[in-house]
Design a protein around this ligand. Sequence first.
Ligand SMILES: C[S@@+](CC[C@H](N)C(=O)[O-])C[C@H]1O[C@@H](n2cnc3c(N)ncnc32)[C@H](O)[C@@H]1O
Ligand code: SF4
Length: 362
Amino acid sequence: MATSCYVHIPFCDDICTYCDFCKIYKKSGNVLKYLNALKQEIQKYYRGEALKTLYVGGGTPSSLSLSELKQLFQILDIFVKEEQIEYTVECNIESITREKLLLFQQYGVNRISIGIESVDEKSIQLLGRHHTKKQVEDVIHMVKEVGFTNINVDLMYAFPWQTKSSFLNDLSFFCSLKVPHISTYSLILEEHTVLYQKKLEPIAEELDLWMYQKIEETLKELGYHHYEFSNFAMPGYESNHNLVYWNNEKYYGFGLGASGYIDSIRYQNTRSILKYVSGIPRLEEHQLSKKEEMENECILGLRKMEGISKERFLKKFHIPIEEVFPIQKLKEKQFLEEKNGYLYIPEKYLYISNEILLEFID
Ligand SMILES: C[S@@+](CC[C@H](N)C(=O)[O-])C[C@H]1O[C@@H](n2cnc3c(N)ncnc32)[C@H](O)[C@@H]1O
Ligand code: SF4
């Protein structure tokens, strides 16, 4: 039983220099074939549960034309949706139009997530993006004017060429947009990307940490709730869909390169568009052991500021968490704290949470 669903639309108008996501250049003929294959996959695997969250991500879903989007939403109408569903579509600045936003609304979309990343001219150019600051302001204004209130924007930082002052300019611009959710991403120089091939040095760890702390301090002052390692929301605007991942709950994943988690099985779809459109979506399935399920519960849950619920762990796995993981040892080192039955990594150690998690599952 899963009440959340991710649908991947891999098409992009252009490919950014840092991106290792599952994406392909958009060609109209491909889109139609892709949508057909997507429909088949959904019809084959979806069992009819009413969805609480539906997330259409990419790639760039908004790069589809109006008529392609109509076909996509007709396919997504296969899903039964709860009345209070959180229904998100990922967009980028260049491809959002008023008509597309109105169409989204017509099909019940109520959350828009926009990849902005930066408004610094040098960064925009080196990241291979194409918007201007003015375009960003206009698009955010239009999204609000059309009636969307639940809006996320993505902010990237820690570019090899980024100075403290250009970072602070980006941060204050993002704050000025007055949107209720901001996802932040420290740049990862992924293999197989243009930036990686340029052999750029990542920025110093201290500078990365300084930027992370500045984001946290600034957004908190403005009233954002730091609810997950790199996500900030005004109260009530936390992403329900992403919380499903961090709470280690089940979800469907449909589309090229998508992954899902159903019945103790984590599956991964192929990244080959040829295989996908010929009706072979699954690449691999992995049946999780109880130990792996327990590890995932903690690794994912500790990304949240509130941490993991001891009671929930006991209910789910029928064993106290202390009997499985070295909780006491980590508490003594102050890497873990406990409040109201929740175990969490204190904010000052979040930045080294990967090291703490390794110790946790060792
Ligand atoms: C699928 S993209 C967002 C939607 C849309 N494709 C766009 O780019 O506007 C998801 C987000 O992941 C982040 N991201 C992608 N590649 C990254 C990388 N190498 N390092 C850090 N963040 C990255 C970016 O912030 C991006 O907005
Ligand atoms: S960052 Fe977004 S727009 Fe850029 S290539 Fe990746 S998925 Fe496409």
